[in-house]
Design a protein around this ligand. Structure first.
Ligand code: AMP
Ligand code: GLY
Length: 428
């Protein structure tokens, strides 16, 4: 098998760039394709102009190119059943089937699963009728959290401080369909306070193995102000995620979730990303994702010492119990460089300067999230989140200083970033 595998990665963001970069380090891999990819991914993979939701075309491509393994980065194709399509055609693929990806695809499903199996999470009620939701709001304490049931680009969560805000929220989710069909059902949930932690895990249907912890900064502006975004930066590990908390989560959250899915006839193989809140009453699940986090992946994979392809294979083959995951005893910080105006409206097409500064720099990475090549072959901005600059260091403080130094190596018009990524760690 040495140096002979052909791998296809599905997706086009910073997460997929980090995945392709990590896969490229496997001694078993000969060639990587990425569909549709971006201008940065081209450094490590051949980009193919097929959309992530074009399952038929992707599977035909995989067959034509004799792809040995397909890795799906994004939530939409997983929830839409890409893994089932590939498996039906006898193609090897890493990720949950449609009946398991529902763990992310339906928040009402995941809440009911947690309730049934005693997995700690915020108290809640599900609704498929707006009048019933409005009536229920008369009985709750504020703030309260409203969640559209389905996928909504990470934007389907509303934290409402007053009854009026919550009523407006129900209208916009269920009546005006602000998040489309994702709002046909809705969860109304207790507001939790505490530190948030992201824990990505590999799962083979029975066994679950944790990657190192991370934390995301979702708000657009310093001090956690401004609108929610896909994520403005991350750091790893989280100093708040202690060994004691890890042991608790393994016993009460991670393994019980995997076992619950198996018991429901929805065997989960792939990544479960546990979004946790460390509350005064212990860790509780805020959300499940059925994929790697973005930009958590950009700080977790640079610290991972395993050959990731071997871990993917172990998940597919059900032999994850034989794998020991190891992470470097260091830290990493990722600062997202975004387009001015993100997450509302922003321009595209500005040339990006300074990317060459990252060439051959140990422990400094520029993962492309939204970039493209223009007609002259220049790399230009092509999205809200443009680049994720990651640096490692001996400590979180050192990694943070390195990441901010390296983010000064690149520039484009109207670039903005947060200046406090990982700052909370000063308090730890
Ligand atoms: P989600 O898409 O479920 O991760 O929610 C997005 C963000 O909303 C989370 O990262 C939290 O910051 C916040 N959030 C979600 N659920 C709750 C909750 N029950 N209490 C407080 N904050 C929440
Ligand atoms: N960074 C949060 C997510 O990937 O959902």
């Amino acid at each position: 098998m040495e140096n002979s595998m052909r791998v296809l990665v599905v997706g086009s963001g910073g997460r997929e760039h980090a995945l392709c970069w990590k896969i490229a380090q496997s001694p078993r891999v000969e060639k990587i394709y990425c569909a549709p990819g971006n201008a940065g991914i081209e450094d490590v993979a051949e980009c193919v102009n097929i959309g992530a939701m074009e399952f038929e075309k992707l599977s035909v491509f995989a067959r034509e190119k004799a792809i040995d393994l397909t890795v799906v980065g994004m939530d939409d194709p997983l929830v839409g059943g890409i893994v089932d399509v590939f498996e039906e055609k006898g193609l090897r693929v890493f990720g949950p089937r449609k009946n398991a990806a529902v763990l992310e695809g339906s928040k009402a499903f995941s809440k009911d699963l947690m309730k049934k199996y005693g997995i700690p999470t915020a108290a809640y009620e599900n609704f498929d009728d707006s009048q019933a939701a409005l009536d229920y709001l008369e009985t709750v304490r504020f703030p309260v959290v409203l969640k559209a049931d389905g996928l909504a680009l990470g934007k389907g969560v509303l934290i409402c401080n007053t009854l009026k805000e919550a009523r407006d929220g129900v209208y916009s989710i269920m009546e005006d369909k602000q998040f489309g069909a994702a709002g046909n059902r809705m969860v109304v949930e207790e507001f939790l306070t505490g530190r948030e932690v992201s824990v990505l895990t590999f799962v083979d249907g029975k066994t679950v193995k944790c990657m190192t912890s991370a934390q995301d900064h979702k708000r657009a502006l310093d001090g956690d102000q401004g609108l929610n975004t896909g994520g403005m930066g991350t750091f790893s590990p989280s100093p708040f995620y202690t060994e004691e908390i890890d042991a608790y989560c393994k016993a009460h959250i991670y393994q019980p979730t995997v076992d619950a899915m198996a018991a429901e006839g929805r065997e989960f193989k792939g990544i479960i990303f546990f979004g946790l809140m460390l509350t005064g009453e212990g860790p509780k699940v805020l959300e499940y994702n059925a994929r790697f986090g973005d930009p958590e992946t950009q700080v977790v994979l640079p610290r991972m010492e395993n050959d990731i392809v071997e871990v993917f294979e172990a998940c597919i083959d059900g032999t994850l119990d034989k794998v020991e995951l190891t992470f470097a005893d260091n830290a990493a910080v990722c600062v997202v460089l975004a387009s001015g105006g993100y997450p509302v409206s922003y321009e595209k097409g500005f040339p990006i300067e300074g990317l060459e500064n990252f060439r051959d720099k140990e422990g400094r990475y520029v993962f492309h999230a939204g970039t493209a090549k223009d007609k002259e072959g220049r790399i230009v901005t092509n999205g809200g989140r443009v680049l994720g600059v990651t640096a490692t260091g001996e400590s979180l403080k050192a990694a943070r200083a390195n990441a901010y130094e390296a983010s000064g190596w690149v520039r484009f018009e109207k670039m903005f970033s947060r200046s406090d990524i990982g700052k909370a760690i000063d308090e730890a």
